[in-house]
Design a protein around this ligand. Structure first.
Ligand code: GDD
Ligand code: MG
Length: 336
C-alpha cells in the first residue's frame, strides 16, 4: 500500500528553527522528524509519496541522500494546497486505497494494523485517534457505536465532543479523491472529513504513545516519549566523564559535558557544556553553554552560544544566537 506524507506546512510554530529548514527535517532526538516515520514502515508499504511545498529542495535532497528501504517520491506543490488539496494533487500517482500521515507526529502506530482495521471496517476512511487531556488544539472526533459521527477541527475550549483527537494517520478509499475539488486549497480536517462521515468513517485505537511535534511543548513531549522509549544513548565518542548525567539523555558524538544534564535532554554533535544545568531541552549541533547557565524546556539552534550564568526557559533560539552572560530569556523566540 502507498503512504502519502503531508509535510508541506510552514512550521511557523517552530520558528526560528524552521526559517532555514522545513519542519520535516527539524532534528528530533537522533534524526530528522520525518525519518522516525520512515523507520517504522513495514515491507507492505511499498511506496512513500511526500507532498512538500515549503523548502521542497531540502526535503528532495534529504531523500536522495538517505535510503529507507522503500521507494520515496518527493513531490513539489508549487503553492500550498492545504491538507486535502495536497492529497488531491497526487491523484495521478495513487493506485488503490492509500494511507496518509501528517509529517509532524511521532507515535507507535503499526502501519499494518491500521490498514487491517480499515479493511475490516469497510468504510471510506479510517482515522487513528488518541486520547488527550485538552483536545482544543487538535481535530476532535465523536464516536457512536464504533463509528465517527462528527469531526470538529480545533473546537473552542469546553466544546470538544470528546477527548479523542485525530492522530494524523489515515487510510482512505480512492473514492475520497472524488470528494476533494482540484486546483485550490482544501482542508482535509475542516472540509473533507465532515463530508465523509455519511460514507462511513471509523476510528482506530492503538497502544503505546502519540504526540504532535509541531509546537515547542509538543516537540519536547515527543522528545520525552522517544527518550523514554529507548532512543536515549551516549555516544562512545562523547566526553561526559566530568559531567553528571540524569537519564534518559541523548548525547551525540563529539559532545563535551561538565555540567548537570538531564533528564530528557538531547545534545547534538560537538556541543560543549560547561558547569551548567540542562533539563528537558534540545541543543542542536555545535551549541556551547558556559558555566552556571541554565536551560530548561527550550530548543537551542545549531551553533548557538549561551553565556555564563544566563537562564533560558520555554524558548526557541535560532541557529547561531548568542546569549549574553547573565541574560534571562523566558518564553521567547530569538533569531540571530
Ligand atoms: N503538502 C502540504 N500542503 N502539507 C501541508 C499543508 C499544505 O498546504 N498544510 C499543512 N500541511 C502538513 C503539515 O506539514 C503537517 O505535517 C500536517 O499537514 C498537519 O498540518 P499542521 O499545520 O501541523 O496541523 P495541526 O498540527 O495544527 O493539526 C493537524 O494535526 C493534528 C495532529 O497533530 C490536524 O490534522 C489535526 O486534526 C490533528 O489532530
Ligand atoms: Mg501539526
Amino acid at each position: 500500500m502507498q503512504l502519502v506524507i503531508i509535510a508541506g506546512g510552514l512550521g511557523t510554530r517552530l520558528r526560528p528553527l524552521t526559517l532555514h529548514r522545513p519542519k520535516a527535517l527539524v532534528p528530533l532526538v537522533d534524526r530528522p522528524q520525518i525519518a522516525h516515520i520512515l523507520d517504522a514502515l513495514p515491507p507492505s508499504c511499498d511506496e512513500v509519496i511526500v507532498a512538500v511545498n515549503y523548502m521542497f529542495e531540502q526535503v528532495r535532497d534529504f531523500f536522495r541522500e538517505r535510503q529507507f528501504g522503500v521507494a520515496v517520491r518527493v513531490v513539489e506543490e508549487p503553492v500550498p494546497l492545504g491538507t486535502a488539496g495536497a492529497i488531491k494533487s497526487l491523484q495521478r500517482w495513487l493506485n488503490g486505497p492509500f494511507a496518509v500521515y501528517n509529517g509532524d507526529v511521532v507515535d507507535t502506530i503499526e502501519f499494518d494494523r491500521l490498514v487491517a482495521a480499515h479493511e475490516k471496517a469497510q468504510g471510506i476512511a479510517t482515522i487513528a485517534v488518541w486520547p488527550v487531556d485538552d483536545p482544543s488544539a487538535y481535530g476532535v472526533v465523536a464516536v457512536e457505536k464504533g463509528r465517527i459521527t462528527r469531526f470538529v477541527e480545533k473546537p473552542a475550549k469546553g466544546e470538544a465532543p470528546s477527548n479523542l483527537v485525530n492522530a494524523g494517520r489515515y487510510v482512505f478509499e480512492p473514492r475520497v479523491l472524488d470528494l476533494i475539488e482540484a486546483g485550490h486549497a482544501v482542508s482535509l480536517e475542516r472540509e473533507v472529513f465532515p463530508r465523509l462521515i455519511e460514507h462511513g468513517v471509523f476510528p482506530y485505537r492503538y497502544e503505546g504513545f502519540w504526540s504532535d511535534a509541531g509546537t515547542l511543548p509538543n516537540y519536547l513531549n515527543a522528545q520525552r516519549l522517544l527518550l523514554d522509549a529507548g532512543h536515549a544513548k551516549i555516544s562512545p565518542d562523547a566526553d561526559v566523564t566530568a559531567g553528571s548525567l540524569r537519564p534518559p539523555v541523548y548525547v551525540a558524538a563529539g559532545a563535551y559535558v561538565e555540567g548537570r544534564v538531564g533528564p530528557h535532554v538531547v545534545l547534538g554533535k560537538a556541543c560543549r557544556i560547561g558547569r551548567a544545568s540542562l533539563r528537558n531541552a534540545t541543543l542542536l549541533e555545535g551549541v556551547s553553554v558556559d558555566d552556571k547557565a541554565e536551560v530548561t524546556a527550550s530548543i537551542i539552534g545549531a551553533g548557538a552560544a549561551i553565556g555564563e550564568g544566563a537562564h533560558v526557559r520555554d524558548s526557541i533560539l535560532g541557529d547561531t544566537v548568542q546569549v549574553s552572560p547573565h541574560a534571562t530569556i523566558v518564553d521567547e523566540r530569538v533569531t540571530a
